[in-house]
Write a protein that binds this ligand. Structure first.
Ligand SMILES: [Zn+2]
Length: 510
């Protein structure tokens, strides 16, 4: 009944604490099979059961993680000084002066009987506010015993500063309870990727708690938006066996986090292997580069190749269409207008998409158009946001009035709050709130309105990707010389002219 070959892999000896010791590393622990790289060591009472469950579910590479918040650490010298000052014994303080020893987990052969022996790694999760943890890390022998190092930065500047320092982590983890604001950008994401860090999504906390689910989904939305979800892997983060799911279920769960089918599969296996191998490389010290032709790279390593920074809008548009579907239950209607049909999507929280149907272009929009705003046959809805959009269109086309302040856009699209908005979302919001009927702004002016004077190019890209046409009035954004410029990649320039002329007639009436 026992697999002799597997047993020799584990070769665990029970020590006097009753816990198990991992095999002494004569050879490095190489990953194989499906990976769950985050089994929290706490609660210790269930860790053994969780490891056994993971093996039974089909995982073969596991990491037992220990979490330390930077605030729990004190640099030794500083602590001694502080204690001296306070005339206290330094040991009376509750602060740690070093990282805890990596836990030792035993998997007895009978615990995985019938299954291949797992590779069990240790992982340190560091929640950090700034670079002040680094002196402790640098002087610590214990910290460096862990196989994997994950950081959970509490803010974007924290992450940026870590990237600038000599400290190297393998994983960018996301700790919804401790993150204040990580404002992602393409640059920040690529910086992490170029430093060989991988992004982790934990699914078990999302099963446990709805607000964690929302935060995690919005975080993975950012990963999607700014990094096309490359270098993402999924772990459980499970604190009890009931939260654990098999690798196939987890790969499917990837859809919820913006991963396509292929990325979902990589997230439970291929990327996990990359994480472990990259960590081995980091621990071995000086960088060893491997030169390979791009077209010879296996598919799961393609993300390492920097992509052309240009010509991103097309692909991003594809991504946007996908991310707007995250979590939300969408309803759709088609509404006719004097300039052709509009397709409008909304969830119970607000609008997701307003756009002319694909068949509308420069040449035919007037011919396609109908004089009245009405639901096109077959379109019916009781979604309040679609009904408001209908009212908005009626007012706009028939009475030349703008009631866009009554129209709500889903927070998944426009961001939850001013602080959490990406630059692109700020641009959309500024345009909706600050540029009214009959007015126009230049790209540069809109950049300034959104709080980043000089970012006109990024404004251009925000306009090209505007999901809520008309209501977020990207047709009111014109070139600085006053000429109208392109609309919908120049396929609908005449529509833009029509809209601005229509609005001008309103201005004339005033
Ligand atoms: Zn929504």
């Amino acid at each position: 009944m026992l697999h002799m070959s597997s047993i020799s892999n584990v070769a665990c000896a029970e020590d006097n604490t009753g816990m198990m010791s991992p095999p002494q590393d004569s050879n490095p622990k190489l990953p194989h099979g499906y990976c769950d790289l985050n089994l929290p060591y706490e609660p210790v009472s269930t860790i053994q059961a969780r490891v056994i469950r993971a093996v039974a579910l089909g995982y073969q590479t596991l990491a037992i993680s220990v979490s330390v918040h930077q605030d729990e650490l004190t640099y030794k010298n500083r602590k001694h000084k502080a204690a001296k000052k306070a005339k206290l014994d330094p040991d009376e303080s509750e602060q740690m002066t070093d990282f805890p020893e990596p836990p030792r987990i035993i998997v007895k052969p009978e615990d995985h009987a019938g299954y291949p022996a797992p590779v069990i790694l240790t992982r340190l999760n560091l929640t950090v506010n700034d670079n002040n943890f680094q002196p402790i890390w640098n002087s610590s022998e214990t910290g460096k015993k862990y196989d994997l190092v994950a950081i959970c930065p509490t803010s974007a500047p924290t992450l940026t500063n870590i990237l600038k320092s000599a400290f190297r982590a393998d994983i960018v983890a996301f700790d919804p309870e401790n993150v204040r604001d990580v404002r992602w950008s393409r640059k920040l994401y690529n910086e992490c990727v170029s430093q060989l860090m991988f992004f982790e999504i934990n699914y078990a906390p999302c099963i446990r708690d709805t607000s964690t689910r929302r935060t995690t989904i919005s975080q993975s939305h950012n990963y999607h938006l700014y990094g096309k979800s490359k270098a993402i892997f999924m772990s459980s983060g499970a604190t009890n066996v009931l939260e654990m799911r098999g690798p196939h279920d987890v790969a499917n769960l990837g859809f919820l986090f913006g991963l396509n089918e292929h990325q979902g599969k990589l997230a439970v296996k291929g990327i996990g292997h990359q994480v472990v191998k990259t960590a081995l490389g980091r621990k071995m010290g000086p960088f060893r580069a491997l030169i390979q032709k791009v077209d010879q790279l296996p598919e799961e390593e393609q993300w390492k190749v920097p992509e052309d920074a240009q010509d991103e809008s097309e692909e991003e548009e594809g991504i946007r269409m996908k991310v707007t579907n995250l979590e939300c239950d969408l309803s759709e209607v088609i509404i006719s207008s004097p300039i052709g049909n509009y397709k409008i999507l909304a969830c119970p929280q607000g609008l997701h998409q307003v756009g002319q149907t694909d068949d509308v272009d420069n040449n035919n929009f007037l011919a396609l158009g109908q004089a009245i705003v009405q639901f096109v046959e077959g379109s019916k809805t009781d979604n309040p946001h679609l009904l408001t959009a209908f009212a908005w269109m009626t007012e706009y086309f028939s009475n030349n009035r703008d009631i866009s302040d009554k129209v709500q856009v889903c927070p998944q699209v426009i961001g939850e709050s001013e602080e959490s908005r990406s630059f692109r979302q700020k641009v959309w919001m500024s345009l909706k709130l600050k540029v009214g009927l009959g007015e126009t702004v230049s790209y540069a002016q809109l950049a300034a309105l959104a709080g980043s004077a000089g970012a006109s190019r990024a404004v251009g890209s925000a306009m090209a990707n505007n999901p809520i046409g008309l209501i977020i009035p990207c047709h009111r954004v014109v070139k600085s010389d006053g000429s109208y410029g392109n609309y919908a990649k120049s396929t609908k320039n005449d529509v833009k002219t029509w809209l601005l002329t229509h609005e001008q007639s309103h201005a004339d009436k005033l």
